[in-house]
Design a protein around this ligand. Structure first.
Ligand code: HEM
Length: 439
């Protein structure tokens, strides 16, 4: 196989070049079988390490090529459809003819060498059982449930900021605030005692990155599943924990298992996804901080007009390319036509929420960050039954982090030239490795 590098973005590095047999924009040699005849060309989408909030050049090419394209990712077998326009993404993700449960039976072409969710995970269930599973933990994620966490989250963030101010600049914002804060919040939500939080963080980092190798990721996943299994068997709570109300996620899941609503394996899978999902906020707020520190005009506006902040956070959520490539696929359970393209029963289909967020028919001038964008119906948290369970929590945490950056660190700036910032290699979720700051 040739080892061409994807073109289009300075600083973009392909991670598995031997699997990238064609540059984007060129049909892949040798894939035009009789079965493929009449189908759009197959595009290889290699794993690329991108810097900052650069938009993936391969995704940009796929979007330009048409609303429904065909892709092959570095791992798994075969090819899949890729749907990129806003209305089509909403249609596919809201349509029960596309199944998540059926993905488990297949080795669908994918980004990650390892397959993250376990078989019983919420991401791989279809309604109505999917609905039952999510209902088990719903009280922790409703507006009321999340608001219950607000003052505790504020206190935890306040302590982290105070300690940074005490120690003085320069400091790594990721290490001192953007990593520990979401970890503390999600552990609070889950009911993980403080002394076990570093272990949770280590497992999450290994699961979410391919750079330590698929085996280490699988081991970490196994260890985290084992932890949750034990906690569920003990009824959720641990000795000495506070929060007698049983509304932490592990207690809610233990109650649902005891009631026979969900199996233990499903509860473990859901706990794992919530735990690792919680730390997605580190990367997303890392990208928010990066944008604000490299666009002083935007940060100045947030300081001068605090009332703009809720809209600004939505716009940053829309703009930030949260993940690399695409997430979990869906399988068409019958023939379905999407944007005039016939998708056959059994075909795997990906949607790109990142692409949908840049659809010019919905977001005029989509590549511009515009804090006055209104309406802003972005799909950064997904759409349909699998809509991000932690969306409200992520918004709350982003709000608190942006408040802290704008209000508690006057003169906040990067402490190193921007080209010295490093971005997580081999990560499914994109974000800075560190962010040295001064104020
Ligand atoms: C800014 C941060 C976050 C972003 C951008 C984000 C985005 C997403 C997206 C796009 C989906 C997939 C929708 C689909 O499969 O079609 C998702 C699912 C999910 N997220 Fe998040 N998320 C964030 C934070 C969180 C947090 C804080 C948690 C937990 C505390 C969380 C837990 C989950 C879970 C469990 C799912 C699977 C839901 C299901 O399949 O029913 N996420 N998220």
């Amino acid at each position: 196989m040739s080892s061409e590098t994807t073109t289009g973005t300075a600083g973009a590095r392909t991670r598995t070049p031997d699997l990238a047999s064609a540059a984007p924009g060129c049909p892949v040699a040798g894939t035009g079988t009789a079965v493929d005849a009449g189908l759009p060309p197959l595009r290889h989408w290699p794993a690329i390490d991108l810097d900052g909030v650069d938009f993936d050049p391969v995704l940009a090419e796929l979007m330009a090529e048409g609303p429904v394209t065909r892709i092959r990712l570095p791992h798994g077998t075969g090819w899949a459809w890729m749907v990129s326009r806003y209305e089509d993404v909403r249609m596919v993700t809201g349509d029960s003819r596309f199944s998540r449960a059926a993905v488990m039976e297949r080795d669908v072409t994918r980004l990650a060498p390892h397959f993250i969710p376990s078989k019983d995970a919420v991401g791989l269930q279809d309604p109505p059982h999917h609905t039952t599973l999510r209902r088990a933990v719903a009280p922790a994620f409703t507006g009321r449930g999340v608001e219950r966490l607000r003052s505790r989250a504020q206190d935890m963030l306040g302590e982290l900021v105070d300690s940074m101010l005490r120690d003085g600049p320069p400091l790594d914002l990721t290490e001192r605030l953007l990593a520990p804060f979401p970890l503390a919040v999600v552990c609070e939500l889950m009911g993980i005692p403080e002394h076990e939080r570093p272990q949770m963080h280590e497992w999450t980092s290994l699961i979410l990155s391919s750079s330590a190798g698929a085996d280490r990721s699988e081991q970490a996943k196994g260890a985290m599943c084992g932890y949750f299994r034990e906690r569920l068997r003990a009824g959720g709570k641990q000795d000495g924990e506070d929060g007698e109300d049983g509304e932490d996620v592990v207690s809610l899941l233990a109650a649902a298992v005891a009631a026979g609503d969900v199996t233990e394996a499903e509860a473990v899978g859901l706990a794992l996804l919530i735990q690792i999902g919680g730390e997605a906020v580190t990367n997303n707020t890392g990208n928010m901080a990066y944008i604000l520190l490299t666009r002083p005009d935007l940060l100045a506006r947030l300081r001068e007009e605090p009332e703009v902040r809720p809209r600004a956070i939505d716009e940053l959520l829309r703009y930030i390319p949260h993940r690399n490539s695409v997430g979990l696929s869906r399988i068409a359970m019958e023939d379905v036509t999407v944007a005039g393209v016939r998708i056959r029963a059994g075909d795997p289909v990906y949607v790109s929420y990142l692409a949908a967020n840049r659809d010019p028919d919905v977001f005029p001038d989509p590549d511009r960050i515009d804090f006055d964008r209104d309406p802003n119906p972005h799909v950064s948290f997904g759409h349909g039954p699998h809509y991000c369970i932690g969306g409200l929590l992520a918004r709350l945490e982003s709000e608190l982090v942006v408040d802290a950056l704008a209000d508690r660190f006057p003169g906040l700036r990067l402490a190193v030239p921007v080209d010295q910032l490093r971005w997580r290699p081999g990560a499914l979720i994109r974000g800075p490795e560190g962010m040295p700051v001064a104020w």
